[in-house]
Design a protein around this ligand. Sequence first.
Ligand SMILES: Cc1cc2nc3c(=O)[nH]c(=O)nc-3n(C[C@H](O)[C@H](O)[C@H](O)COP(=O)(O)OP(=O)(O)OC[C@H]3O[C@@H](n4cnc5c(N)ncnc54)[C@H](O)[C@@H]3O)c2cc1C
Length: 343
Amino acid sequence: MQIQENISLRPYNTFAIDAKARYFASFKEIDALEEALNFKHQTPNLILGGGSNLLLTKDFDGLVLKNEITGIAELHEDNNYVYVKVGAGENWHQFVLYCIKRNWAGVENLSLIPGNVGASPMQNIGAYGVETNDVFYNLEAFHLKEKKLVTFTRNDCAFGYRDSIFKEKYKNQFVILNVTFQLQKKPYFNTSYGAIEQELERMGVKELSLRAVSDAVINIRSSKLPNPAEIANAGSFFKNPEVTPGKYEELRLSFPGIIAHLLANGNYKLAAGWLIEQSGPDKNGTSWKGFRRGDAGCHAKQALVLVNYGSATGKDIYQLSENILQSVNEKFAVQLEREVNII
Ligand SMILES: Cc1cc2nc3c(=O)[nH]c(=O)nc-3n(C[C@H](O)[C@H](O)[C@H](O)COP(=O)(O)OP(=O)(O)OC[C@H]3O[C@@H](n4cnc5c(N)ncnc54)[C@H](O)[C@@H]3O)c2cc1C
């Protein structure tokens, strides 16, 4: 285990923010993690996966620990499911492809989400009608202070919309080491969400397969979302806000084009991207969509995605997000919440 000092984190975050880590170490197993944690008892610690869901607003004056625990193991199976334990450092999309190859269903709608497996329960990643929660069995995590291993079941994780206990009560307390997923052996397909069906038709798919659904999701995502390798970003910067039926009705009367969908609890989820598109930096109708200030901006095709065109700092991006929050609040009296972790 090697500890590096004063290194740039630019290659380690998809926003390409050039913040420095006072200390940096990567670990492939728990012994190396413990060794790193004993080093000068550095606090605070930042656990890093693929760096695709964080915004570094300053240098990190502590120890950054990059989780590189790999390995995929089929634990056991019953009539319906196969239980697969995956190291936190495995790339998420590669894991999805691994499942598709074996005809294990459940994660194909989550194709092409950047980042690593260890972060997938953190914010209960989701796309096209599926979330980690739907395929999650349990996980093992290491308590940073108490130095002990704890197993979390689905209930223990308190999964919510882009949320879990690891973003709330246990924030910065655990390192997720591995996640076990419960995948269906008999493929079933979830194609009703978004434009999956249209895309399958466009592709000329006659017989559904996990591969076809995954390819459809990949095509849609690639046409809509900027690739961080080309324009630095961290995906959706804000969550879609939930409002009461009364508030939704009030908004619908004033803004008939508002995009929302009804939730099981009777509330409505508003499309944050639409709210942002309809707001802007000034009062004369300019939209945030495609807006650029220095190297910080809002993507031209997807207002929900903030981007770094080159040398924006984390503070530049954060300030832009603050301005967007304010203008959406002024226009709609709706408070947006950031999805990206602010460090
Ligand atoms: C282009 C693009 C599209 C995206 N689309 C989606 C989408 O459709 N749906 C979606 O849900 N998300 C999406 N995201 C966000 C992101 O891909 C996910 O949140 C992903 O799970 C982050 O994984 P990561 O390994 O990069 O996490 P990181 O950014 O490294 O970390 C995220 C947070 O988790 C913590 N963390 C990471 N690993 C561990 C661990 N092993 N133990 C404890 N804490 C840990 C970090 O400290 C940090 O707070 C998108 C991002 C991009 C750039």
